[in-house]
Design a binder for this molecule. Structure first.
Ligand SMILES: [Ca+2]
Ligand SMILES: [Ca+2]
Length: 301
């Protein structure tokens, strides 16, 4: 009897430990970006023009000046630079359809700095917007696997990485890249205040990901802002996350956003009326499950 009680106690302690570990992944000390709005595929296109579909998104401000010098971690307070130039800021709109997450970012940047000589040599050393996504919200950082880092420069050049020490992918196959980004497309246009850019990030299949996509996913938006000198040390990272700043590779600390995702079936055509009714009933059921699961997470803290 004593042995049985000991075993029960051990199991209870282990269960409590796992419950605490799970609840620590979501919530405490994280910025909550709300929910990603769902839109129809046909309502949106990749053209650096903000369609009405983005009005469904809650605007996310990118105005938290963070790391000034990436090498030393030197911080920068909100406000102008030493030379008087204002630091960039932006507003992002995030939506998804059944296959892609779409992000539209309006950037205010008074000095557009270009160091990339071509589409295939673009990286963080030019004015650009970056997005980090951890699809499982588990905070894993595995080279060439997770999280997804995607970048669009003010010239519309794309580059990306999977995991902190992963290989940088640049441009598209059409641009002649030997290491193209297959899951990201991006474009940009200059405006009278700076530039707008638009991202289309393909949602991975759970089979390819080897894991379930979370009903909250870790998410971080950043602007790389250089001044007129364009030197590496002058970059100021501007972040959407007032809690953790542009600490983009500490993925267990980046904010999270709700994602009520339904896997892509490969068919975006109009469905018959009866199928629509079934889909609506299924959607209500999924919504109920998500609410229950979120409540469970909240109450299990
Ligand atoms: Ca568009
Ligand atoms: Ca700039």
């Amino acid at each position: 009897m004593k042995k049985v009680l000991s075993l029960v106690l051990v199991v209870m302690v282990l269960a409590a430990t796992f419950a605490l570990a799970a609840s620590a992944m979501v919530g405490d000390g994280y910025h909550n970006y709300g929910e990603i709005a769902n839109v129809e595929r046909k309502s949106i296109r990749l053209d650096a023009t903000k369609e009405a579909a983005y009005d469904k998104a809650t605007p996310i401000a990118i105005n938290y000046a963070s790391t000034k010098n990436f090498e030393t971690g030197e911080k920068h307070p909100w406000g102008p630079r030493e030379n008087g130039e204002p630091v960039a800021s932006g507003t992002a709109y995030v939506v998804y359809d059944t296959q892609y997450i779409w992000v539209y970012v309006e950037v205010i940047d008074s000095t557009l700095n270009t160091k990339a000589p071509s589409a295939l040599e673009s990286k963080y050393t030019e004015d650009s917007v970056e997005i980090l996504v951890d699809w499982t919200n588990e905070g894993l950082n595995i080279a060439d696997k997770t999280p997804y880092q995607s970048r669009v420069s003010h010239e519309g050049y794309i580059s990306a990485r999977l995991g902190q020490s992963g290989t940088t992918m640049q441009g598209t196959a059409e641009q002649g890249s030997t290491n193209p980004v297959n899951w990201l497309q991006g474009t940009a246009k200059h405006t009278d205040k700076g530039y707008d850019c638009e991202f289309r990030i393909e949602i991975p299949s759970e089979e390819d990901l080897g894991a379930k996509i979370g009903d909250r996913i870790s998410f971080l938006l950043m602007i790389n802002d250089y001044d007129s000198t364009g030197a590496l040390g002058t970059r100021i990272m501007v972040s959407s996350d007032p809690v953790n700043g542009a600490n983009q590779w500490s993925v267990t600390k980046i904010g999270n956003i709700g994602f009520n995702y339904a896997p892509y079936t490969g068919d975006n055509s109009m469905v018959p009326v009866i199928a629509s009714v079934v889909a609506i009933v299924a959607a209500v059921a999924v919504g109920t499950v998500v609410v229950i699961s979120l409540r469970r997470r909240v109450t299990s803290k």
